[in-house]
Each structure stands twice: as structure tokens, then as C-alpha cells.
Design a protein around this ligand. Structure first.
Ligand code: DAH
Length: 365
């Protein structure tokens, strides 16, 4: 047998293998269990001792050189594969950074977060209620019986069908029904704010059929108007981030509070914008109504299942959209709900700008 020729052919095929798979195929072909060189080794057993002396070293030499060639070729192919991979995976550090994420936090969401942050610091929890309400929670329990004239002022959207208990169903016209739900669910003492959507059949530059309110409610023992005034003043100072906020409480009427007060703040006009601060009686200043409030009517406390001789409290309510417009300077309420990306990127907030009392509750985007 011409081992030299067999070896030559094996080595040249190994040198020509251009990937690891082909090379493995050759290894099996030559050195595998059924491989050709393995076959030659097996013939040694049948030879006479003299022949074996002659043939043995040649066959072993052949096997040696083939397995060395296989190992060398494997090394070469592996390092070529690594080189190729490294070349393909290079990162061009001079490329521009990926584009910043799009999308922004709507000013209303931002203001609601600011409100939650400010009131949490005063021990208020955030409560919610359904937007599809029944007329007992929205009106009756708030001391507005069926014949009450205040019901007409609310431009209510009613549903055609009543609920299982025979109550008229409607889209809540204010967040005040959450007062009732919170008192029934949690009892007293209680301190909550309830921000959310409300609906009234009304539409112009300052009214949209859906808008946002925030309600506040404190029920405890020995609560009086002084607590109400301090709370609202502390809230407005934190919200507008100014110490010179001056409040004026004016007697008013709401069925669910007694006595009722409307709260004005002093402001001045700067560059065509209302800027809150200072007394409304100061030169160049005027008063603007910002909140409705009062001591919770005994009938409301009783309707929610609490004893009004034991528990008293105050409540307030205001428009979130209007608070946002006053602080951030928008002049048309309708744009809040148009979903115009240009408006949103101008007035929206970064999702990373979480309002905090320490960091500022309203850092503009
Ligand atoms: N619910 C009233 C409205 O929608 C606002 C309001 C006034 C809420 C006085 C109150 C309050 O809690 O005490 O116009």
C-alpha cells in the first residue's frame, strides 16, 4: 500500500477544507471508528510480527500526520471565524446616540400628580369613584333632592336606562360624589383628594363636555373653617410655588356645604397672562375665583352614614384644567383634548420629571 500517496491526498483535502463542518467530516472519514486510517490500524492485528514491524510505524506515522494536520487546520479555521465575528460586531462609537423617546406627560396628568404630591404631604390619600354614577351619589346624598334647583345648573348627561335599584344613571357632573363613596367605604376620620374626569353638556373656549376636577374632603373631630383656610393656602402656595399667594374667602352657596365659601386669589396681568400672587386689592391686581368649598353639610355627613354631631369636616372642589392653564399659561381649554402632537410636545412634560416637593412640583419640560 502506498501510504505516502494516501497521506498526500488526505493532507491536501484537509488543507482545502474551508469550514469546520467539512473538516469534521474529514476527521470522521479518516480517523472515525469506521474511518479509512482506523481501518488500516485494524489490519495490523492480522499481520505477522515481521510485517507488523514494517507496516506499524508507517500506519501510525500516517495517522499522526493526518491528526496533526486536522488540528492545525481546525485552529486556523477557528481563529478565522473569530476574526470574522469580531469584524462583524464592531461598534462605531462615533455614531449619534439613538433618538430620545417620543411622547410626553399631558399637563393634566402632570397637575394631578402635583396635587397628589402636595396633598400627600398633608396626609391626604387619593380616592377615586366611577365616572358613570347614579343620581343618588351625584345629587341626592349631596343634599340636592330631585326638586333641587341646583340640579338644573349641572347640564347633566343622563343615560336612558335606570340601574337595578331604580336610580337614574348619569355621567358624574362633579367629583363630589367621591366624598360620599369615600365616607361610606372608609368611615371617619378621613382625608382624601379625588381627582378625575367629570361631564357636563357645555362647550366653548372655556368649557368642554368632559373636563377635570379635584375634590378634597376632611372629616374629623373639631374641624373648623380655620383648618380649611390653612389647608387651601398651603396647597395654593405649594402648587404655584410662591409664598405671596393671598386668599379671599367669600360667602357663597353650595347645597353640600354649610357655610359655603368661594375662594379667590389675587393676581396681576403680566405680558397678557394672569400671574397669581399678591393681594387682589393691591395696585394693578384683581381677584379671581379658584375654588368652591365650605364646611360639609350635616345632611351630607348623615347621608354617608356618619353621625354629624360627632364628625365635622370641610370640602373643596376645583377645575384641574383651569389650575393647569393658570400655572402653565395655556389660553384655550379645547386644545387640551385635541391630541395635537405639536401642542403636546410644547406643553407636555418629560416622564422623568416626577413632581416632588423637594425638587419642585412643576418643573416645565
Ligand atoms: N362640586 C362643585 C362643582 O362642581 C364644586 C365644589 C364646591 C366642591 C364646593 C366642593 C365644595 O366640595 O365644597 O361646582
Amino acid at each position: 500500500m502506498d501510504y505516502a500517496a494516501t497521506g498526500q491526498e488526505a493532507l491536501s483535502r484537509i488543507a482545502g477544507a474551508c469550514d469546520l463542518e467539512t473538516l469534521e467530516g474529514l476527521r470522521v472519514e479518516f480517523l472515525g471508528k469506521q474511518g479509512s486510517i482506523s481501518g488500516l490500524l485494524k489490519t495490523l492485528g492480522k499481520l505477522s510480527p515481521e510485517e507488523r514491524k514494517e507496516e506499524g510505524p508507517k500506519i501510525h506515522g500516517l495517522r499522526e500526520s493526518v491528526s496533526e494536520a486536522l488540528a492545525a487546520r481546525k485552529d486556523a479555521l477557528e481563529s478565522a471565524a473569530l476574526e470574522a465575528r469580531l469584524a462583524a460586531e464592531t461598534i462605531d462609537l462615533s455614531l449619534p446616540a439613538p433618538e430620545a423617546p417620543r411622547g410626553s406627560v399631558h399637563p393634566i396628568s402632570q397637575v394631578m400628580d402635583e396635587l397628589a404630591e402636595i396633598f400627600a404631604d398633608m396626609g391626604f390619600a387619593v380616592a377615586t369613584g366611577p365616572e358613570i354614577e347614579d343620581d343618588w351619589h351625584n345629587f341626592t346624598a349631596l343634599n340636592m333632592p330631585e326638586t333641587h334647583p341646583a340640579r338644573a345648573m349641572h347640564d347633566t348627561f343622563y343615560f336612558p336606562d335606570k340601574d337595578d335599584e331604580g336610580r337614574d344613571m348619569l355621567l358624574r357632573t362633579h367629583t363630589s360624589p367621591v366624598q360620599i363613596r369615600a365616607m361610606i367605604a372608609k368611615g371617619a376620620p378621613i382625608r382624601i383628594i379625588a381627582p378625575g374626569r367629570v361631564y357636563r353638556s357645555d362647550s366653548d373656549a372655556t368649557h368642554t363636555p368632559m373636563f377635570h376636577q379635584v375634590e378634597g374632603l376632611v372629616i374629623d373631630k373639631g374641624i373648623h373653617l380655620g383648618h380649611l383656610k390653612w389647608t387651601l393656602e398651603t396647597f395654593l402656595k405649594a402648587y404655584f410655588e410662591r409664598d405671596d399667594i393671598v386668599l379671599r374667602l367669600r360667602p357663597s352657596y353650595f347645597p353640600f356645604t354649610e357655610p359655603s365659601v368661594e375662594v379667590d386669589v389675587g393676581y396681576s396681568q403680566e405680558n397678557g397672562r394672569r400671574v397669581v400672587g399678591g393681594s387682589g386689592d393691591a395696585p394693578g391686581h384683581a381677584w379671581m375665583e379658584v375654588l368652591g368649598s365650605g364646611m360639609v353639610n350635616r345632611r351630607v355627613i348623615a347621608a354617608a352614614g356618619l353621625d354629624p354631631d360627632e364628625w365635622q369636616g370641610f370640602a373643596f372642589g376645583t377645575g384641574v384644567d383651569r389650575l393647569a392653564m393658570l400655572k402653565y399659561g395655556m389660553d384655550d381649554l379645547r386644545a387640551f383634548f385635541d391630541g395635537d402632537v405639536r401642542w403636546l410636545s410644547h406643553y407636555g412634560f418629560s416622564a422623568l420629571d416626577v413632581p416632588t416637593l423637594a425638587g419642585g412640583v412643576g418643573t416645565p419640560a
